[in-house]
Ligand binder design. Structure first.
Ligand code: T5A
Length: 210
């Protein structure tokens, strides 16, 4: 029998509130009685986690190196975690996926959209998410939240313009894939954000997207 497992991804720039959103998704899937794994990018698999270390904690990386490492990690993650789980009828929820590369390496670092599409075709192919929740936060609000929470990694040390560009990248992807990507207004308080996430999940369930 063909697998009916679904693939959900979560996106947003720094301090958007992905940790809270993940907990809401978990609680909803538990309610639905669904079997799932939670994973993340970059990382989610042994080799990919080693690449994550390089990505987040190297002193400096060229933009092209960063792009290649993101997709190398993604390939390991897809081959060893995402596809095998989906094939066994286990849902996959990933904290970030390929849309992040369009936003961070694309509009953030200035790598051409067509280059990103080339790697997307090569590595992701048709393993695209069924649903993506994009937490849209004003960069100033997000950076303040992230700064209050913990020490910054290499990418979080970028300036405000970089994060404004990232937001534009996500909004461009949203325009391209309005059926798959749902925008959540993450500037509001946690209760309001939680409510909208549950609403989007339930709507997708009703529409048999999930
Ligand atoms: N990256 C990733 C790329 O460049 N390209 C790629 O292809 C991929 C996949 C990953 C980095 O790699 C980049 C993007 C990232 O820079 P990461 O640590 O996994 O690094 O990603 P982060 O975004 O840094 O993940 P965080 O765990 O830090 O999540 P969030 O969403 O930034 O933050 P979160 O949920 O911990 O919330 C931050 C704080 O705000 C509060 C929370 O309690 C917390 O203290 N908060 C709120 N406060 C008020 N109102 C709300 N609505 C709130 N929601 C949360």
């Amino acid at each position: 029998m063909m697998s009916t497992a679904k693939f959900i991804t979560l996106e947003g720039s720094e301090g958007a509130g992905k940790t809270t959103a993940l907990n809401v998704i978990k609680a909803t899937l538990d309610c639905w009685g669904v079997t799932y794994v939670i994973t993340r990018e970059p990382g989610g698999e042994k080799n990919a986690e080693a690449i994550r270390e390089l990505l987040l904690h190297s002193e400096h990386l060229e933009s092209t190196t960063e792009l290649l490492l993101m997709f190398a990690a993604r390939n390991e993650h897809l081959e060893k975690v995402i596809r095998p789980n989906l094939a066994q009828d286990i849902w996959v929820v990933s904290d970030r996926f390929v849309d992040a590369s369009f936003a961070y390496q694309g509009t953030g670092r200035g790598i051409a959209w067509s280059t990103l599409e080339y790697f997307e075709n090569m590595v992701v192919g048709d393993t695209q998410p069924d649903l993506t929740l994009y937490l849209d936060v004003d960069p100033e609000v997000g950076l303040k939240r992230a700064a209050d929470r913990s020490e910054k990694d290499r990418i979080e040390k970028e300036n405000l313009v970089f994060f404004e560009n990232i937001r534009q990248g996500y909004l461009k992807r949203l325009k391209q894939f309005p059926q798959r990507i749902k925008k959540i207004n993450a500037n509001r308080d946690i209760a309001a954000v939680t409510q909208q996430i549950i609403h989007e999940l339930e709507k997708a369930r009703e529409q048999r997207v999930l």
